[in-house]
Design a protein around this ligand. Structure first.
Ligand code: UDP
Length: 404
């Protein structure tokens, strides 16, 4: 099995992550497909055309992006269910001319298109959801019933579902009744050539940062990501570390993103933290290592997180992580050893954990070391090798058929 169609309807691996709909999935698709190409799998990534980009962009040998016309440019993510059929038509027409051996759908919208195409083209379907509506609903981010039903249908007919973490595997089977035999845990990776331990002093000088503790938040700004908790955590440090700063790298995302920025602004004023919370616009992925290296602690207070690439990238750069005890963060943050996992959404608990790290340099450096050692286990090459094996196993099987 050597040719794959990777469906990524709503967001392109060519787009800068960190704002709007571009985040971990963009990094995942780009890094995974690049690593697959290096193993000899020829992969075409299909995205919805959202700009005047050429139809085909050759990224590297064995990795191209095809832009498929489906709805107007600039449609919100909430409107995209209405263009899934057009997208599937476009991908199907392309695949008639350029056949592949397997479909890999990312996120539920692509899953719906992939499900239709698997029946039309008699192909196996591998699905990776990245987030699940029922998980989000449990933590206060409800999604339309239509999405839940669609996810259940795609889960029921995927030949393999890849879960980003063991927690996601459990969620797939407990919340959706997915057959555990068809779920494989395939952890995403981190590029160790970019995200590695480096000089904190050098990084701070490069960023022009003042002395004093630096907390870091990286990612899309939306309620789910818990930036409010990060600001409250910083406020809690005031008595002992009045000069502490919070760097926030990322931009607004989703229908509540702008409102979340306003809330952030209000919280900063309420706590008189002007100048102590520094907003940095989204940065190209490879430049982020400087931000991680400059930090004493990386905060990941998300309400849910199927994996949590930011936590892994921070650990790879030797930065202790204080994170919510949810999803993939349960695997990535070794509580008490590479950081702390906090089970309540209580900023006071986050502040306590950050203080434990700032007050104890030997704990901080052992956490940094252990995090970096653990991060070495994750690489995109390993993720691609796992997926390649899944593709190869599927070539020996008849694709599942939910219609019989
Ligand atoms: N990211 C980036 N530039 C930014 C902000 C974020 O490249 O300015 C990347 C970050 O390095 C990580 C991804 O966006 O790889 C976010 O992934 P994560 O799994 O943490 O969250 P998601 O976006 O999937 O919810």
């Amino acid at each position: 099995m050597s040719r794959a169609a990777v469906l990524s309807l709503h967001t392109s691996p060519l787009v800068l992550p960190g704002r709007g709909d571009a985040g971990g999935m963009n990094v995942y698709v780009r890094e995974l497909v690049s690593a697959l190409a290096q193993t000899g799998i020829d992969a075409t990534v299909f995205v919805r055309r959202n700009s005047d980009a050429p139809t085909v962009v050759d990224v590297e040998p064995g990795f191209r992006v095809v832009h498929v016309a489906a709805g107007a440019a600039g449609l919100s993510k909430e409107s995209l269910p209405g263009v899934v059929e057009d997208f599937a038509d476009g991908v199907g027409a392309w695949l008639q001319e350029h056949p592949v051996d397997v479909l890999h759908a990312n996120y539920w919208l692509s899953g719906v298109a992939g499900h239709r195409l698997k029946h039309e083209l008699d192909l196996p379907l591998v699905s990776t959801f990245h987030t699940l509506a029922r998980v989000k609903a449990e933590t206060g981010d409800p999604e339309p019933q239509r999405r839940i039903d669609a996810e259940a249908e795609v889960i029921g007919c995927s030949d393999v579902i890849t879960a980003n973490s063991v927690t996601e595997l459990q969620q797939l089977s407990e919340l959706y009744g997915a057959d555990p035999k068809r779920i494989d845990v395939v952890a995403p990776g981190v590029d160790g050539a970019v995200f590695s331990v480096g000089s904190r002093r050098g990084a701070r000088a490069a960023l022009g940062l003042e002395d004093g503790p630096v907390l870091l938040f990286v990612g899309r700004i939306q309620p789910l990501k818990g930036l409010d908790v990060a600001v409250e955590t910083l406020a809690g440090l005031r008595r002992r570390y009045g000069g502490a700063q919070l760097l926030v790298v990322g931009g607004a995302s989703g229908p509540d993103g702008e409102r979340e920025l306003l809330r952030l602004d209000r919280a900063v004023r309420r706590h008189r933290l002007q100048g102590r919370v520094v907003l940095v616009p989204p940065q190209p992925h490879h430049l982020l290592s400087t931000y991680y290296r400059a930090a004493d602690v990386c905060l990941v207070p998300s309400r849910s997180e199927s994996f949590g690439l930011v936590a892994l990238e921070a650990a790879a750069c030797g930065v202790p992580v204080v994170a919510a005890d949810v999803g993939g963060l349960r695997t990535l943050v070794d509580h008490g050893r590479s950081g702390f996992r906090i089970s309540e959404r209580d900023p006071a608990r986050y502040t306590e954990a950050v203080l434990a790290i700032l007050d104890d340099p030997s704990l901080a450096s052992s956490m940094a070391r252990r995090g970096a050692e653990a991060a070495v286990r994750y690489s995109w090459t390993a993720t691609a090798a796992r997926l390649r094996r899944i593709f190869a196993d599927l070539s020996a099987r008849v694709p599942l058929d939910c219609t019989v």
